[in-house]
Every structure is written in structure tokens, then in C-alpha cells.
Design a protein around this ligand. Sequence first.
Ligand code: OMD
Ligand code: FE2
Length: 475
Amino acid sequence: MPVTNFAVKEKYQYQNGFGCYHETEAVDGALPVAANNPQKCPYGLYNEKLSGTAFTAPRHENQQTWLYRILPASAHSPFERRETDTYDTNPGVHGKERWHQIPNQLRWDPFDLDETVDWVHSLRLVAGAGDPTMKSGLGMFIFAAGKDMDPRSAFYSADGDLLIVLQHGALDIQTELGRLLVRPNEICVIPRGIRHRVTLPEGPVRGYMLELYQGHFELPELGPIGSHCLANARDFQAPVADFDEDTENEYTLLAKFSGHLFAAKQHQTPFDVVAWHGNYYPYKYDLGRFATIGSISYDHPDPSIFTVLTAQSDHPGTAVADFVIFPPRWLVAEDTFRPPWYHRNTMSEFMGLIGGQYDAKTGGGFQPAGASLHNVMSAHGPDATSHEKASNAELKPAKVGEGSMAFMFESCFMVGVTEWGLKNCAKVQSDYNAESWESLKPHFQRPTPKKIVNGTADGVKGDIGDKNQVPHWTS
Ligand SMILES: O=C(O)Cc1cc(O)ccc1O
Ligand SMILES: [Fe+2]
């Protein structure tokens, strides 16, 4: 049956909602009615299932999408390993651990733009945990690219879901399921296996990426916050179906599989999906839409109130990966040291800065396109300059982070750093500790000792009795 009804539409069109069941057709009537795989699909299309969870995953976790396409995704030559020596985002070589597991607080200067590579070759594994072959853990990447991907190519990662945090430039992402335009202050998620091609409409791009080897992102529970705020479901945007028609030219299909690059050839465009329905799809989100919650009385709350997306481990409330942001917001807490408290956490924290200045670090060393890592139990907190300022600030209502956006990839795992991340990138700051915390001055002032009369300290009500119960500074 000929395809007759081509709707004229905007290049980028979205359907709104997080975790919804969407359906979309670029040609009216391309979706079969009341059937997923009829004997013959409308217009002679092939149908194909793309699953993001096991078939038998519980209904509330189940993620699958049905594609209706000109040729099935399997119509390509066998894959061959490519760029064996140079392309490597695999943390383990022949089972041998390559991570540097170190407790040091780390901070990186801004990563350079690199105009010589495309999206696929821009991905640099900096840190991570686990192993994509076991579907466990996560990878933390930075990317910097200056070239469009070849017009006759597509890429997918079999290793995990890609959470892309753009810091500079714009990404035009053509996916099998439709197109996404991602600009700075926006993020997008491309689930495992979804074929895509990235072009750069505004020149060089740079940013951060979290590859989630296990599970999928979801919106965090809101608990007593109630039924809305933080990232609202309706602000997540999925593409509508959009397809090319070319069954003559040769295309290269690139796959990242266990961190290594493979290539296959095919004689049709990978972007030939005319219609789809399901709940496994790419999406984007504008961080400016985040409805931020904070204290309106006293004390600095945990940063979990800033969680945009979370990927839970098997233990509820404990995340393989949380994506947390620090957006512009009002601070009004009374009698409170307003920046983060000094802390050591069982979770690890990888931070980046999209733009502006992070309000907890005013010393200047944490810059846009830079990063920091505070691993499991690695002590950190405001630098000396920020501490000094915040301890003496007049506590008027104050807007912080105007024009700024810092973020954190938080994980329950101990995070290893790659050789590139620790050494070859040459961005690790050697003076991080000295500049941040080693210059902190003690301010402790011992109070004047109290006089003990019959086991009772002057000025202290009641019978203290045993001398050992007297506060230690009076003994
Ligand atoms: O370390 C950081 O800057 C991130 C952070 C922010 C905050 O408000 C509380 C705890 C925390 O780890
Ligand atoms: Fe922290």
C-alpha cells in the first residue's frame, strides 16, 4: 500500500509526560489498531519490539516500545570491532580492574573543547563503578565534540541509559523514535539500545554524561512534599515519530558494547521508524522548569530535595544514581549556616557546573565545565572563603545561584577514577585540599572554667553529683 499522507510538521515536536505510554505516527494510519503485530502491518511496514526491561518485569517497572519501520533493525552485516586501541570506555581489561580507587577529594579544571571529534568519539570515561556486562553500576563521562556524526551513520550503546547534561553548544539528536533538540540547561536521556545520530547546529559542544548500567531513571518519591513540585512529569518531552526514507545508500551502524566500539554496514537509513507506541523512549527536560523546595525556617536540608531523577538500587531509597541540581533559589533560613555543612557520606558525589558559580564554593576553583569527586566517606564542605563569608553574612533573604546551575551525580557505589580521569586529561587540581580546607582556621574558644562547689558548677542548675558528669571543660 503506498504511503500517501505525509504531514508537514515542525522539525522538533514533542509529546509531554514522564513514564507515560505514548503513541505517535508520522503517517496517519501507520499504527495498527487493536494489535501490536498483525499479520501485515499498515503500509507494508515491519513491526519490531524494543524492550527496556525483562518481559516479566513488574508492570509498574515494565518498559517496552513497538516500532513500525521500513526494515527491521536486524538488517545489517555482522559487527566488527573498530578502533581497538583507541576507543575504550570499558573499566576492566580482561577482568583486571583498572580503576584508581582512591579516597582523595578530586577537582578538575574545565575540560577542553575538542573540535576534532564527533559525538561517538567525544565520550571520555572519567569515573564509575561496576560493569556493563553484569548490568551493574554506572559510568561518569565528560564529552567534547566539534564534528557532526557522519550523515550516513547511527550509534547506540548496549551498555546502559545515557543521561546527557549539556554544558556548551546544542545537540540535534536524531533518534529512531524522533528528533530532540537539546540546549544548555537541558538534559536528555537516551535509553539503552536506541539508535541515534548527533549533529551540532551551533558548533562545538561539551558536557557531562552518566551511563546507567542497571535499571532506569524515575522521578523521586515526593513523600510529605505531596503530589507535585521538583521535576513535574508533564515537563518531560519525548519526540514524535519522524522518519527518513532511503533503502539504497550504505550506512554505518556503530555500537558501544561493553565499552568497546563495533561497526556494521546496512543499506537503509537507521531512522526509518514511521510510527511507535510504548513507554521506552528518549526524552528531554529543561532544568529551568524545576520547582525547587527549601527551608523556610532554619537549618540546611539534605540535597535530596533537589533530585531531578533517580535510579534506585534494590534497596529502596538508596540510589545507584541520583541526578541532583542546585538551581537558582532563595535562601531564607534564620540562624543558619546556609551553605552545605561539612560532611562525609556513605554515598559518592561527582559534581559538575553548567554555568555561573556554585554557591557552596566561592573560592573560584570549581568552574563551569570542570568537575569534582567526593568519594565514599571523603570529607568535604565549603571552602575556607565560603565558610568565612557564610558565618558572618547578614541573614537576609538572599537569592543564590542566579544564572548558575551546578549538578551532582550521586551514587551508593565507591567510585573509581580512570587513568584518563586521574592523569592523562591533565586537569586534576593539585592544590584542591590546600585551597579549600587546609587553610581553615580553628575558631574554638574554651569557655571560662566554672567553679565547682560540692559537685555543682556555678551557673548550672540542679545537682550534678558525680564529678564525671560535669561538662568536660569544667573538670
Ligand atoms: O557537597 C556538595 O556541595 C553537595 C551537597 C550540597 C548540599 O546542600 C548538602 C550536601 C551535599 O553533599
Ligand atoms: Fe557533598
